[in-house]
Design a protein around this ligand. Structure first.
Ligand SMILES: Nc1ncnc2c1ncn2[C@@H]1O[C@H](COP(=O)(O)OP(=O)(O)OP(=O)(O)O)[C@@H](O)[C@H]1O
Ligand SMILES: [Mg+2]
Length: 389
């Protein structure tokens, strides 16, 4: 990102920032607007807040709208060519939103995905290995949203179907129209199978990069394994059998449609099998919204048995692998956004991080202190939503 303009965004009234092509240290006391800047940058890649805030929360209090504009070195998601882009977005309290790329208005928000890519690393991501499964799903989703144009439509349709099915389950009080549930099951299976396959493929593609980085960080002593754990059945063997079948289909070079059809069927069967339990609990207990990723070091679960240091190293390796994967798939390095992790990572890991990302990526890093990153690029000081130095 070369330049960013914020107007009425969070605690920023009007601020323009020129970024250093490599390292940008954003510093200032607590609550001054450091993370808000990261959030603004991220908005161009995810089209939403990385902190899961609603768009309305991003509008500066008492103001009617927010506006963000950026000059970035983006990529055309269709031709995959690198190209300078001017992106902008405005959003009003009346919930009207307008995205523009090079002056041209986009019809749908989802069209902005894929032009500009970021990898965000916040304290939450440091606990990628240790925390509950939601954060690992988010990790995969964010990557897929930016990489794969087919992911967002499936993901959003899937979420709607699950929401509606859950609403129906809750309202039914045991009096269900089974045919109605079958309709939801089919919808969920159709979109859910896309999510399943894409997430599984993503992990497979990312693993070699993650392993290499992890070996480097752990001094070559440890071997990282990452697996997608689809919560189709309660028995692990049944789930394993599903992925084994997918593996076989791939070896036999069966087309992706065949793999999807198989997963769709499996998901539908699994939903049917779980129907009694879902009715009893009033919620959909299986499907990609319940899945997890298992991370092991030398074959042993890092979540259950890893030391804090091991867990963090594994999280860091996965995050850095994201960068390599973006590059491999799109030919471009994403912008690395490090929010509040400098103080969480020790000096050694910080140095390793710098060495690994090196000159490849543009990095924006926040810290309340002037840290060792300041030596390499630009330092930006923030006070109450204003750049003061
Ligand atoms: N919509 C909004 N309008 C105006 N101000 C807002 C809005 N949303 C958040 N803020 C203000 O932004 C500030 C938080 O900014 P931010 O999260 O960027 O802080 P920070 O510099 O990252 O702090 P820390 O060092 O604690 O992480 C808060 O003081 C909050 O009151
Ligand atoms: Mg912050």
């Amino acid at each position: 990102m070369e330049q960013l303009l914020l107007r009425n965004f969070r605690n920023y009234k009007e601020q323009s920032i020129l970024w250093h092509p490599q390292i940008n240290l954003i510093t200032g006391l607590n609550g001054q607007g450091k993370s808000n800047l990261i959030e603004a940058c991220c908005y161009f890649s995810l089209a939403s807040s990385y902190r899961d805030s609603s768009d309305g929360d991003l509008i500066r209090w008492q103001e009617p709208y927010f506006f963000l504009a950026a000059k970035v070195q983006g990529r055309d998601p269709f031709s995959c060519e690198e190209t300078p882009l001017e992106m902008s977005v405005g959003y009003t309290r009346e919930k009207r939103k307008l995205w523009k790329i090079n002056g041209k208005a986009l019809k749908k928000t989802s069209q902005v995905l894929g032009y500009f890519q970021t990898v965000i690393f916040s304290p939450e991501d440091l606990s990628l290995v240790k925390a509950g499964p939601a954060i690992r799903r988010k990790f995969l989703n964010r990557e897929l949203l930016q990489l794969d144009g087919a992911f967002y439509p499936a993901y959003s349709a899937y979420r709607q179907s699950v929401e509606q099915r859950n609403k129906y389950l809750k309202q039914s009080y045991g009096q269900v129209d089974e045919a109605m549930l079958t309709v939801w099951d089919e919808e969920i299976a159709r979109y859910g199978s896309v999510i399943l396959l894409k997430r599984q493929q993503l992990i497979e593609e990312m693993l070699p990069y993650a392993r290499k980085i992890h070996q480097m960080l752990s001094g070559g002593k440890e071997q990282l394994t990452v697996r997608y754990e689809a919560a189709l059945y309660h028995q692990k063997e049944l789930n394993d059998a599903v992925w084994q079948q997918i593996g076989t289909m791939r070896q036999e070079q069966k087309p992706e449609e065949a793999q999807l059809a198989f997963l769709q069927e499996q998901l539908k069967l699994a939903l049917e099998k779980n129907r009694r339990e879902d009715l009893y609990k009033g919620t959909t207990g299986i499907g990609p919204h319940r899945d997890d990723v298992s991370i092991a070091i030398n074959g042993i679960s890092a979540r259950q048995f890893g030391s804090q240091g091991q867990q963090r190293t594994a999280a860091l390796a996965l995050k850095l692998a994201e960068i390599d994967l973006f590059h491999a798939k799109s030919g471009q390095y994403p912008v690395l956004l490090l929010d509040d992790v400098a103080s969480e990572l020790d000096e050694k890991r910080c140095k390793e991080l710098l060495e690994l990302v090196g000159e490849k990526t543009q990095t924006l890093i926040t810290d309340t202190k002037i840290n060792s990153f300041s030596r390499y690029g630009k330092t930006i000081v923030i006070e109450r939503g204003t750049v003061t130095a």
